[in-house]
Design a protein. Structure first.
Length: 350
């Protein structure tokens, strides 16, 4: 008999990874799913044989006894759902990334979790990728010497995909705290990502307390490195991480990192949440306490662009600096036409 009963909030495409992971775990019984779209909830429930489906989370929380909840909705709903789930007595939450769009929302979630004893982990699944796990081991063992510079380039918005890169950088270096950041943001078009307004271009440099830097670029113009390219340079070598694996470059030349992985990362991150509940690990590697630092860095890049200066950490909790710039008119749209990058392509900016 399963030890834990689980439910899913949100029936979008990412829910498949969460559902598959819970159904693969011998100690978990996934009993229910909720989505504001009845068609979506029924479709996903039928696809995976989930018994109960809802269009109201309040109804699901009141009618189902569940101890674990996966939040698979869009980012702008994460905070409200996580708070409601904590207050409903749910023991553990696995929330898709990014956790929230502001430190204000992150802290709402943290405070609710602390009040109710809820354990929350964030779906930064790259911390379970063999290339990142083995790469972290090499970095911490001194294979590249003292870390100096992490560089990553991505597309699709800083919060959407850039959050993964900043999180990977922190993970490879054992989650050092940030010291200061400087960033720049461009928003000429009325660009959105799943209904959340985002920038057209963004870049930032973050100084870490360990002496290293993170350089992150999002949607920068060509020529640009391949999307997904990441390097961590050190005083004695460089670690290169790609979607296919990892490679170590140092004085002895270059060699591929043995990062073979048989288990899906979604299954691994779900299993570690159960291990956390059962006391087999002290804390999930994606625990909200750790993830707050990633969101803080992203907000630091936006805040630097807003005040046109460097920012120092820790940041005060508050709303999104990007939204503040948009609402105040500091980022006026010069190419009219609201659009979502997941619905139609970016308009011509020439």
């Amino acid at each position: 008999m399963a030890s834990f009963r689980a439910g899913v909030a949100g029936a979008g495409s990412i829910s498949r990874r969460h559902i598959s992971a819970w159904q693969a775990h011998p100690d978990v019984d996934l009993t229910c799913i909720a989505d504001i779209s009845e068609q979506a909830a029924n479709s996903r429930a039928d696809e995976f044989g989930i018994r109960n489906r809802y269009t109201s989370l309040i109804d699901m929380f009141s009618e189902e006894y569940i101890e674990i909840l996966s939040i698979c909705t869009w980012m702008n709903a994460h905070a409200d759902i996580a708070v409601a789930a904590s207050e409903a007595g749910i023991a553990a939450i696995l929330c898709e990334k990014p956790l929230a769009g502001s430190l204000e929302e992150v802290d709402r979630i943290i405070h609710a979790a602390e009040r109710n004893g809820t354990r929350i982990a964030v779906g930064h699944h790259h911390r379970f990728r063999g290339a990142c796990v083995k790469g972290r081991e090499l970095v911490l063992d001194g294979a590249i010497g003292q870390p100096v510079l992490f560089y990553g380039h991505t597309t699709g918005g800083l919060l959407n995909n850039g959050t993964h890169f900043v999180d990977i950088a922190r993970y490879l270096m054992d989650d050092p705290d940030p010291a200061w950041a400087i960033g720049q943001v461009v928003r000429r078009t009325d660009r959105h990502e799943r209904h959340d307004p985002i920038e057209d271009l963004c870049a930032g440099i973050i100084a870490l307390e360990n002496g290293a830097r993170i350089q992150i670029e999002s949607d920068m113009p060509d020529p640009a490195p391949p999307d997904g390219a990441m390097t961590l340079q050190g005083t004695e070598g460089t670690l290169v991480v790609t979607s296919k694996g990892a490679r170590l470059l140092n004085g002895a030349g270059g060699k591929d990192v043995d990062a073979a992985q048989e288990t899906d990362v979604g299954i691994l991150q779900a299993a570690e949440l159960v291990d956390w509940l059962e006391g087999r690990v002290n804390e999930h590697r994606n625990a909200i306490r750790t993830n707050r630092g990633t969101i803080e860095i992203l907000m630091g890049i936006y805040e630097s662009a807003r005040i046109r200066d460097t920012v120092t950490f820790p940041l005060a909790s508050g709303p999104s600096p990007l939204h503040r710039m948009i609402d105040s008119g500091d980022l006026p749209v010069t190419v009219p036409g609201k659009y979502d990058i997941r619905i139609k392509p970016q308009p011509d900016q020439d």
